[in-house]
Structure formats: C-alpha cells, structure tokens
Design a binder for this molecule. Structure first.
Ligand SMILES: [Zn+2]
Length: 487
C-alpha cells in the first residue's frame, strides 16, 4: 500500500496530509505565529556581565538583549564529586565574548529571552546533550525492563570515541534499532553543522532552529510505503531538497514540486476532509454513523445504525455496521489526532463471536497508527475503553475554539427561551426602576420571534407594566445574547 504526503505551505501556516489510496489518514497544521523561539541556538555576544546579579546580557540579534543567569551556564566542574563551589560568572564570561547559547524561554513583553549555555537538541526519539556523557531515560517510560533494554540499545549505537549524552524520549518506546540509529545520526550531523557555523559566522547569528513541520515530515513521517512527497511551494520545495540532501538523501527521488493551478489540497479532497474531521458526525457507507464528542476528560464515540434496520437481518446489520465503524473510528482518531481516554459505544451485540470479531477488526485498523494505542475488551456495559498517547494537540484544538454562542456546550437556548428570559428580566427591572420606555436589544431571530409568535405575550407585558417596549436588532449578538435598556 502506498502513501502520498502532501505539503501545503503559505507564509502563515504549513499543512500536511497523509493520503493512503485516496483517503486522508493524518492531518498536521503548524501556524507560523505559534512557533516560539525556545530551542533556538544562537551564537551570541556578551553585552554586559553583571557580577552583582550573577548574570549577563547577551545579544542574540533580537531587539532586546537576552538574559543569562549563572545557574544556566554549563560548567564541566558541576559533574565533579564532591561538588565544587560554583564559579562566579565574571570568571567565565567577559564583555564582547562570543558564546553559543540556547533559548530556554521566549521573550515576553519587555523581558528579553532567557538563555542557557547547556545545549540540548531534540530528535524524534532522542534528545542529544553534546556537553554531557550519560544516557538518561524519560520518567514516563515506567517499565524497568523496557528502560534497561532501551538503554542498552542506545548504548550500542554510541562509539567509545564519540562525545555527548542522550535522553531517551517516550517516543522511543516502540522504536526499532534502525529508527534509533537514524535519530543518532541525524542529531550528530545537526550538532556538527552547528559547530561549523559557530566557527564561521560572526556573532550574533542564528545557528539552529527546531525543525518546522515540513522538515519534520522528511525526518519523521516518511517510510518504505511513502510513494511521494508533494510540496506546493517552489521555495519550500527547494528548502526541503536542501534538507534532504543533508539528512535524508534517500528521500530525494520521492520529493516533488506540485506546480498545478488547482490547490493541492483541493485536488485530493483534503479541504473537505478537514471540515469533516471537525464535525461531530461521521457517516458510514452502510448507512450507520458515528458521533464523536471530545471533552476535556475523554472522547466518546457512539456508533449508530442507519434509520431503518430490517427485522430479519437485525443481528447481521448491526455486526456489519460495527465492523465498518471499527475502521472509521481508527481513521478518525488519527485524522483528529485525539489523545487520552476514549470510550467506544458500539451498537449492542448479543453474539460473543461478533463481539470478538469487532474487537479484532478494531485492533487491526489501529495497527496502522503511528501513535501508541491500547484497547480493553468489552466492559460489563458493553463499552470498549481505549487510550491513545497524547502527542501534538488535536486538530480541533489547533483550528477551533469553544463556540462563543454556547461556550462549548454544543447547544444554545432556543429563541423562545431567550424571549421568556427577556420578559422575566423586564418584569424584574420594572420593579426596581421607573423608566419612560424599555428597549430590548437582541439577535435577529429573537426580535423576529417577538414580532411574530411572541408578539402577544410582549404586548400583554407592556400593557401590564404600562410602559412602551421597543425592539432593536443587534446584528453582532448571538442567539443567547441580549440587553434590556432603560430609556
Ligand atoms: Zn455552540
């Protein structure tokens, strides 16, 4: 089975779609504005050492000088035991000195960026610490045996004469030796490149920036099944070509520039797929459908049959719908990049064989997932619990915000409910104040209801209060929003 990777680049964002046999499997979006500077490595120039504060200001080419505290200066002696007393900053740095620094905190407002001279470079599965020599493992990999196996695997990849330490990230849990090997090579090449630039560039200069989404595609997404990587921007195609020449030369033949008139994402139906991946309902070919609900705590996916189920083939229809749903669920989890706990509510099945067949189908469909998943059996209530590791933010979190009209509840009060709220509010205000007139400011639908179906109730209240009530449409108000003004 061959996979195509589509890369759509504009100045404001980069979007990537993985397409397998015409069906979009994964979507990734990175907004240029949300890319911070943390992780960037610069050749900085010390502007001023402040012994009193045990810190220094360093020019890294930004408007404001960045800040370096003595505690963030890498000191070879800190590994000595017993630990020696810390070296004062004025004995390590001097004005005008060039130093290789990494941003550990983005600049905020008037505060400059915060720096460290302890360098770390993140790969896909490993973090490289060029100044260190040990191998550390993420706390989140809990299994002791697994930790030991991983440590040995990485240890084997390091030649005795090579310097530098590594931290094994959780992503490495299921990594093959080849995966780890390519990560080690990538990180060493990156570091060599940084050192080379630091020697030749005048300070201040940017030496390294965390990979952007398009570059990560080249490093992380491509495998033997990848048939092509199509990039719709010539400029970025050339940049990726350069990147591939340096780090992933075997991919060069797969990399292509898409020069077409028609937008690349339209051509493959990706835009439509993005819209669908943001909706609650996913239609199945059999006539059934899924309802996907994403909340803070978990995601629930409810499987439903179509409107009509034939009585004679009842069990069979349900079984087939659940089988189809298994595939749709696996695909939606990847597309939407949902992480954490999921509760799957398949249509109830009596037949134990059907149940286990549906579970098998689900596991088979999930096997394509790059992200780690674990699936339980059917619970006493007939639900399947599963978890999917949280990696990036979900698609909905990147592209959406809670609806202002319903604050994320997914429902808004009806226009009639709002009309009655307003009538109560009028009564309340009339008890407190004595205006000449009341004016209702509300959305078009609410005002329309007052003019038509609810006109009588409004007139009755007006007569009861003995005051005129006028209506005004506020086009920017959403359905639940209104104001009662005293004139
Ligand atoms: Zn809403």
């Amino acid at each position: 089975m061959s996979e195509d990777i589509l890369v759509n680049v504009t100045p404001q964002e980069t979007r990537v779609a993985l397409v397998l046999q015409g069906a979009v499997q994964e979507l990734h979006v990175e907004r240029t504005l949300s890319r911070g500077m943390a992780g960037n490595i610069y050749l900085g120039k010390v502007v001023r050492v402040l012994p009193g504060m045990q810190s220094a200001f360093v020019d890294i080419g930004l408007e404001r000088a960045a800040f370096l505290h003595v505690a963030d200066i890498w000191d070879a002696r800190s590994n000595e035991s017993p630990p020696s007393s810390p070296t004062p900053i004025e004995r390590m740095l001097y004005d005008g000195q060039s130093v290789t620094v990494q941003v550990i905190k983005d600049p905020i407002g008037t505060k400059g960026a915060r720096l460290s001279t302890q360098i770390s470079i993140a790969g896909r599965m490993l973090v490289y610490l060029p100044q260190e020599s040990h191998i550390g493992i993420s706390q989140r990999i809990e299994n002791e045996v697994e930790r030991e196996i991983l440590r040995e695997k990485v240890q084997k990849l390091i030649l005795p004469e090579e310097k530098g330490g590594f931290i094994i990230r959780t992503m490495a849990e299921d990594a093959s030796d080849a995966d780890l090997q390519s990560d080690v090579e990538y990180l060493r090449k990156t570091w060599a490149n940084i050192l080379q630039q630091a020697k030749t560039k005048p300070a201040p200069a940017l030496l390294y920036q965390d990979l952007d989404l398009a570059q990560r595609v080249m490093r992380d997404f491509v495998n033997d099944e990848t048939a092509s990587i199509q990039v719709d921007s010539r400029e970025n195609y050339l940049k990726l070509q350069q990147f591939a020449e340096l780090y992933t030369p075997s991919l060069l033949p797969k990399l292509a520039h898409y020069p077409g008139e028609r937008p690349l994402f339209d051509l493959y139906g990706v835009e439509e797929e993005i819209q669908r991946a943001l909706g609650r309902r996913v239609d199945l070919k059999s006539g059934g459908y899924l309802i996907v609900d994403q909340t803070e705590a978990m995601t629930t996916i409810d499987v439903n049959t179509g409107s009509f189920v034939n009585g004679r083939n009842f069990d069979d229809t349900i079984f087939k719908t659940n089988l189809e749903a298994s595939h749709a669920i696996a695909r939606q989890l990847r597309l939407r990049n949902l992480g954490g706990i999921m509760i799957l509510d398949f249509i109830d099945m009596e037949n134990a064989e059907h149940k286990s067949a549906v579970l098998n189908e689900l596991n088979r469909a999930l096997a394509r997932d790059r992200t780690k998943v674990s699936v339980s059996g059917f619970s006493a209530l007939g639900l399947v619990e599963m978890t999917r590791k949280r990696t990036r933010e979900s698609l909905a979190h990147i592209l959406c915000e809670p609806c202002p009209a319903c604050s994320g509840k997914g429902q808004v009060k009806t226009a009639r409910t709002i009309c009655y709220e307003i009538l109560r509010e009028l009564t309340r205000e009339a008890k407190q104040f004595n205006p000449r007139e009341f004016r209702i400011l509300a959305s078009q639908v609410v005002i329309d209801m007052f003019l038509e179906e609810e006109s009588q109730h409004l007139a009755m209240l007006g007569a009861f209060l003995g005051k005129p009530i006028s209506l005004q449409v506020e086009t920017v108000y959403h359905q639940e929003q209104y104001d009662v003004i005293l004139m």
